[in-house]
Design a protein around this ligand. Sequence first.
Ligand SMILES: N[C@@H](CCC[C@H](N)C(=O)O)C(=O)O
Length: 310
Amino acid sequence: MTSTTNDSAGGDRAALRFVKGHGTQNDFVIVTDPEAQIDLTTPLVAALCDRHRGIGGDGLLRVVRSGSLVERGVLDALPSGVSPEDWFMDYRNADGSVAEMCGNGVRVFAHHLRASGLVATDEFTVGSRAGARPVVVHSHDSVHADVTVQMGPVRTDGESMVRIGDDVYRGLMIDVGNPHLACVVPDLTAADLAQVDFTDGVMLEDDAFPHGANVELVTPAGDPDADGRLPAAMRVFERGVGETRSCGTGLVAAGAAVLASRGESAGTLCITVPGGRVEVGVGADGAYLRGPSRLVADGELRPGWADLDD
Ligand SMILES: N[C@@H](CCC[C@H](N)C(=O)O)C(=O)O
């Protein structure tokens, strides 16, 4: 990539290359910055992810060497299991806020590493703020990939409620590296789920999530398929973004919540979201997420693109 320095949202004075990709239509702007030279300010990220004045995306993935983030003071220390030479997914939400993990993001990130030649093997580790995330790239070309991510531990921390419009839903507070409220609503058909109106956002219980949370509504959708996977349908409202068409960590939280609603702690699910379908596995050793990645475009931002005052 062309290196650039950004002193503010409007301070870029060199062309900035990017790749655009998505995982089940959870879409990302990908910026390769191995030595962490870009000052990823909140306004800069928000402008890049803005669908009107920037490229547009649910989030931004910076491709950076883990050790560089520590050297530059972006991270205080390497997260658990992450080596300085590992590629690190420095994830930001569309509003510019930092999040610990992004499951769909890791699939797209791994695809980009593999397709661009930054990584030459199909199995490697991606660093994230939530820790190391081993990946397997089952197949890939320059546009398509099929990727499994080991998503680490899934922790349930009790129950809480959320108001969405006039309705209140109860769910499990689940940590998948980032916080979720996963609400299983068994009597909601897939058609009812599609009608839920997120226009006014979601209202979480006071003090339940000091750093906010992502909210999933999930409905079990019948008997296991021929591979023993439980079908389910999910919609999600993401912290720092709004409603998205998919959320990988949310899919894992939803899968764990569906299993818990059946009195089970392990199993596999095939979950449909507005943007596609993924496989989720939950077990004593942690969870995995398997699904597609698409890289759709390469581009270059023009110097001065982010000037906000004209
Ligand atoms: N879309 C992501 C989750 C991104 C972070 C989330 N919005 C948060 O703030 O925790 C995924 O695929 O997991």
